[in-house]
Design a protein around this ligand. Structure first.
Ligand SMILES: [Zn+2]
Length: 279
């Protein structure tokens, strides 16, 4: 890739950071498509910039494993380029398998939503952004609780991974693919995390936690986006806490970490393959 196109990409990324994450939670609407075991045929390209490290395994195999082992069903919308679908499936597999293998509660939550909507469904959609009904803005990805569906833009242009999450006073804790995906997964699993922490004696709902401190506290302690509401606080915190570089810079506020600790969520998950790369 030329320097110019890299620079152009960086400019685009900067622009996208402004509204990197949004979530479709409030307004319902049936999930669409079927979530069979289909995957895109073809190998995931090894050395290509769009490919992943898991070059030997096809995206069909990775989709099948996501479905059978992790209860996560991937659907690729019509019109999505096979290369983009392959890249997203490969990266999603890396993120989901590492999070699930490290923390049993994450595996359980992805397999069976806390809200009775079955296993997580991932829809890979056409375009660079997806529309968030809740925030009425575009985003790389959105999560809808009612159907346990994560929608992700196939043309999303994430940043390269950083060594450590950006905790405190940044818009988001990260804009690399892994952080985007783990933020959305944070939405899918935070219900069970709070419930488990409750069982362990931390009697706070997500909203009570959020309301227990000022928005400035969350802005400086987690990220500006986390100060939006309790759901974003949990999602941003989950993405930061499970980031492979967590612990290399300042940590999250103790009000948050004690919840993750009580729920058995592992910090700084390092067993990650290509989920950190830019796609
Ligand atoms: Zn979010």
């Amino acid at each position: 890739m030329s320097d110019l196109s890299i620079r152009l990409q960086e400019v685009m990324i900067k622009a996208l950071e402004v509204d990197a994450f949004c979530h479709k939670l409030a307004k319902g609407g049936a999930g669409s498509g079927d979530y069979g075991h289909e995957g895109r045929p073809g190998e995931v390209g090894g050395s290509s910039s769009e490919g992943g490290v898991e070059s030997i395994r096809s995206s069909t195999d990775l989709s099948k494993e996501l479905s059978e082992k992790y209860g996560v069903h991937i659907h690729v919308a019509d019109g999505v380029s096979p290369q983009r679908a392959d890249a997203i499936i490969s990266h999603s597999h890396a993120v989901i398998s590492s999070l699930s293998d490290s923390s049993p509660l994450v595996a359980q939550s992805l397999r069976q939503s806390a809200y009775g909507a079955g296993g997580l469904k991932i829809e890979i959609l056409k375009g660079k952004m997806v529309w968030s009904e809740e925030h009425q803005e575009n985003a790389f990805a959105t999560y809808q609780k009612e159907t346990n569906t994560l929608k992700i833009a196939s043309g999303l242009n994430t940043s390269g991974a950083s060594a450590a999450p950006h905790i405190g006073n940044q818009y988001n804790v990260g804009t690399d693919f892994r952080t985007v995906m783990s933020h959305e997964i944070g939405h899918a699993v935070s219900g069970k995390i709070v419930m488990e922490a409750h069982k362990q004696g931390i009697a706070l709902t997500g909203k009570e936690l959020f309301d227990s401190k000022s928005k400035d506290y969350w802005r400086s302690g987690v990220s500006k986006y986390s100060a939006k509401n309790s759901r974003e606080l949990m999602a941003e915190s989950f993405a930061a806490y499970t980031h492979p570089g967590y612990g290399q810079t300042k940590g999250l506020p103790k009000e948050i970490t004690r919840i993750f600790e009580a729920a058995g969520i592992k910090p700084g998950i390092r067993k990650i393959l290509d989920g950190n790369q830019r796609i």
